[in-house]
Write a new protein. Structure first.
Length: 399
């Protein structure tokens, strides 16, 4: 992969919170690229310093014109960034297309937890991955057997996030026009994560009893409904403005069309634990659709076990869908996703899914996963480096 950037002039925009892009720049330079970095706020500047850094302090409105000037002056051939739906990145992608500049986007791994994603031209709903099952069969690529586990990276990611937001807050006066894609209030995030910590303890203690019932009495008689993070950029690729709209549609359909002896298990997203709780909404919708005895709302039950015992999984476009297929559990996608392919996911209506979810084609899945592992999934992590990789990022860059 890195050899593609040899002799290229690469412009890095915003990357993962932490030093990953500083390390990525070193990997690029070792492979013959010339790297320029744009910093938009104090958090960017805290983790990436150097002579080839441009500190952008102008408005979002003026960003496209400024970017064109940077591209022309620095003779940029390639732009790389994390997440193609951030305010500055949406505009950068448009400028890149107009000027014929290569555009690469990182994202959290489509295959969790031991991969990062890097795709040309866009990720998630903007990905150009084929939706033709015959393409993956014809490529005849199977999953790699030498994938190295990253291990736990939560706490180091938390440290980088804290340093980023504190640095952004302390230097706000230096970047007065900066527009972040989420709130940058240190106090807000701190209070939320304290709340999230106590919620985790509470749910860990109160939800133990549910797993035994779900793996015995209700085994293969419940549908799993994993929720998105409330401010996920996946909403850019879905028909829903917010997750509450998706929840209501699923509840309405399940109440009228699902077998009466089946249950709906709603699973909260772990990253959203500090910020949202849908207990009141789920209680209200359960009563409204007269299904109080058929809905279970959980937070911290072991996801792979839930998938193994589920009759099917319904979701907007979470990567949990790939995990569900991996466990041979049928998936109904309500949004737009890279894996919503005939043979991998249920292609009928939601009503048909409740009554006959079917099974994923595991031969197709193995080729689909294999193609990704050889093309846009890279063994590694944004926050914790793999050892003995002989590069700065600690990511195993293939091809």
């Amino acid at each position: 992969m890195l050899s593609r950037f040899a002799n290229k002039r690469v412009l890095l925009l915003q990357g993962p919170l932490g030093p990953f892009f500083k390390r990525f720049a070193k990997d690029l330079e070792r492979n013959g690229a010339t790297v320029t970095k744009v910093n938009f706020c104090g958090g960017d500047n805290f983790f990436f310093k150097g002579k080839n850094v441009i500190k952008y302090r102008d408005t979002l409105y003026n960003w496209p014109c400024s970017l064109k000037k940077i591209i022309q002056e620095r003779k940029i051939t390639t732009i790389a960034l994390l997440g193609d739906c951030r305010p500055y990145h949406i505009r950068a992608k448009s400028v890149a297309a107009d000027m014929g500049i290569e555009f690469y986007s990182f994202e959290e791994g489509y295959l969790r937890p031991n991969f990062v994603t890097l795709e040309k031209d866009g990720v998630n709903g903007h990905s150009l991955m084929s939706k033709n099952p015959e393409f993956y069969i014809s490529q005849n690529m199977t999953a790699k057997q030498d994938i190295r586990p990253v291990g736990r990276s939560f706490w180091i990611g938390t440290l980088y996030t804290t340093l980023y937001y504190v640095s952004t807050a302390l230097s706000r006066w230096r970047y007065p026009h900066y527009v972040h894609h989420r709130t940058t209030s240190v106090f807000h995030h701190a209070m939320c994560w304290v709340r999230g910590y106590f919620r985790k303890l509470y749910f860990a203690a109160t939800e133990k009893k549910y797993m035994k019932e779900l793996t015995t009495k209700w085994s293969h008689r419940y549908f799993l409904f994993p929720l998105q993070v409330h401010n996920d950029y996946q909403f850019h690729h879905a028909k829903y403005e917010k997750i509450e709209d998706c929840i209501e549609e699923v509840f309405h359909s399940f109440s009228t069309d699902a077998p009466r002896d089946n249950m709906l298990v709603v699973k909260h997203h772990p990253a959203d634990r500090p910020y949202r709780d849908y207990t009141k909404l789920i209680r209200y919708l359960s009563a409204r659709y007269q299904m109080q005895d058929r809905v279970l709302y959980v937070h911290d039950l072991h996801l792979p076990t839930l998938l193994q015992h589920a009759r099917g999984t319904v979701l907007m476009n979470s990567t949990v869908g790939i995990s569900s297929i991996h466990h041979q559990t049928s998936v109904k996608v309500l949004g737009s996703s890279i894996y919503n392919i005939p043979g991998l996911t249920h292609q009928g209506t939601m009503k048909e899914f409740w009554t006959n979810p079917g099974e994923p084609d595991m031969i197709l899945y193995n080729h689909f996963r294999g193609w990704m592992e050889h093309n846009n999934q890279f063994n590694g992590n944004f926050y914790k480096r793999l050892t003995n990789t002989q590069n700065a990022t600690g990511v195993i860059w293939h091809r």
